[in-house]
Design a protein around this ligand. Structure first.
Ligand code: ARG
Length: 468
């Protein structure tokens, strides 16, 4: 037959070549080629297993391993000719192997399908990227913990409803961010653990008739064990969804830090100075220094959560087993990986360079009646019921607002007009330092507690690097 399509690895049963548009429409090589190293590693493990099981002889194995190594070198040197006609990374590499070593290259695909091959490649690729992301998380966390230690005695207003609530240590605020990231790290490790099983050997969907050893390939690739069910193995993308969910939460956390940094870097707050190298100027307003990095990270959060939703919708209602739909998992997944990794790199670089304006923070805490709760607690100590104390302090605050003076700036006489339980010792609790130091329990904002919390966080981080 004259126009029979022989250029395709699957061309045998076809009577005409693929439509040129369909070829481009169905190809994934432009984006899945980033998994070339994992594809080669998976193929080498598969070939070793075929040899161990007597399906390939030693000479064939050697040629395959050697050919694949040469292909890796060609790709890394930029000498590899990626072809859309060959559809994806798997067939590009396999076709090149056959071109190099002849018929022996055609034996590599024995007992395997692109369906278990691609599932293996994605798991390997994602596993490596989770490790990179976890490294960046640890680096950012270390930066926060060191800054928190340095700033344990720095007092700032703590907010609820973005209204001044009670004074807190700036170090305490930084350690709150650290706690979010600590949970993020745990979620990434969870995801890594669940994905670390080998789908190789599931073949197209039902397994294979060859006497393969799935435990062996799992072990060679550093997986904990082979997956249980061949149908599930080729169709499951839960691990990608779990990863994107964990990544979305990381971005949500970074967006919260970003929002605070953007506010704090403004002239109105003036709590922190971001280093010039993380900011940009305006082409029209010469005075501007814009916090672009936090703003961009805040903006990228939507994109990552969007990809999570894409993947959930991609998998919704898909019948078993593999469907071509699954090829659509890669672009969202890769973009999430790149975005969350780059955002973490930016933050890990920036955080140690944040310089707090301690005076502005202190003044803001002093201006906002932030020790009103301390006065109420003081009155409870003198025998008043909390609700009555609350009422008394409320009236004193109203007077202070009218006078434009904070509670600590009122005289003893003025304060005693609201309750004669108030004595000279009241000024100890109205001072910001006294207020902060009094919250002296685990999880509280007393500077000593902040230092201890930072020490605990630091040893958790050290344990982490000891484990890896
Ligand atoms: N490029 C494909 C993907 O990413 C590889 C698997 C193709 N399998 C198939 N039966 N067409 O999903």
């Amino acid at each position: 037959m004259a126009d029979k399509d022989t250029s395709k690895l699957w061309g045998g049963r076809f009577n005409e070549p693929t439509d040129a548009f369909v070829q481009r429409f169905t190809a994934s090589v432009d984006f899945d080629r980033r998994m070339y190293a994992q594809d080669i590693e998976g193929s080498q493990a598969h070939a070793r297993m075929l040899h161990k099981c007597g399906i390939l002889n030693q000479g064939e194995l050697d040629q395959i391993l050697q050919g694949l190594e040469e292909i890796r070198t060609e790709i890394e040197a930029g000498d590899f000719n990626w072809s859309v006609e060959l559809e994806d990374v798997h067939m590009n590499i396999e076709a090149r192997l056959t071109e190099k070593i002849g018929v022996c290259g055609k034996k590599l695909h024995t007992g395997r399908s692109r369906n278990d091959q691609v599932a293996t490649d994605i798991r390997l690729y994602l596993r490596g990227q989770i490790d990179v992301i976890c490294e960046q998380l640890s680096r950012l966390q270390s930066g926060l913990v060191e800054l928190a230690t340095k700033e344990a005695d720095t007092i700032m207003p703590g907010f609820t409803h973005l209204q001044t609530a009670q004074p807190v240590s700036f170090g305490h605020h930084l350690l709150a961010w650290n706690e979010m990231l600590e949970r993020d790290y745990g979620r990434m490790q969870d995801c890594r653990q669940r994905l670390n099983q080998s789908p190789l050997g599931a073949a197209a969907l039902a397994g294979t008739t060859y006497p393969i050893d799935r435990h062996y390939t799992a072990e060679l690739l550093g997986f904990d064990k082979p997956t249980e069910n061949s149908l599930d193995s080729v169709s499951d993308r839960d691990f990608a969804i779990e990863f994107c969910a964990a990544a979305s939460l990381i971005m949500t956390h970074l967006s919260r830090f970003s929002e605070e940094l953007v506010l704090w870097a403004s002239a109105q707050f003036n709590f922190v100075r971001l280093p010039d190298r993380f900011c940009t100027g305006s082409s029209i307003m010469p005075q501007k220094k814009n916090p672009d990095v936090p703003e961009l990270v805040r903006g990228k959060t939507g994109r990552v959560t969007g990809h999570l939703v894409s993947l959930l919708m991609l998998m919704k209602s898909q019948p078993l087993a593999y469907n071509k739909d699954n090829q659509e998992d890669k672009e969202p997944l890769f973009d999430v990986i790149d975005t969350v990794r780059d955002s973490l790199v930016a933050y890990a670089d920036m955080v140690p360079a944040i310089s707090p304006n301690r005076t502005a923070m202190y003044e803001a805490a002093r201006r906002g009646f932030s020790t009103a709760t301390d006065l109420a607690d003081y009155l409870v100590g003198k025998g008043l019921a909390f609700r009555d104390a609350h009422e008394v302090v409320g009236k004193a605050v109203a007077f202070g607002v009218e006078q434009q003076r904070d509670l600590a700036e009122l005289s003893l006489e003025e304060l005693r007009a609201y309750s004669n339980a108030i004595g000279e010792d009241v000024f100890d609790v109205l001072k910001l330092e006294g207020s902060v130091a009094a919250r002296n329990h685990i999880g509280g904002t007393a500077p000593d507690q902040v230092r201890e919390a930072a020490d605990r966080a630091r040893s958790r981080l050290q344990q982490r690097s000891g484990n890896s």
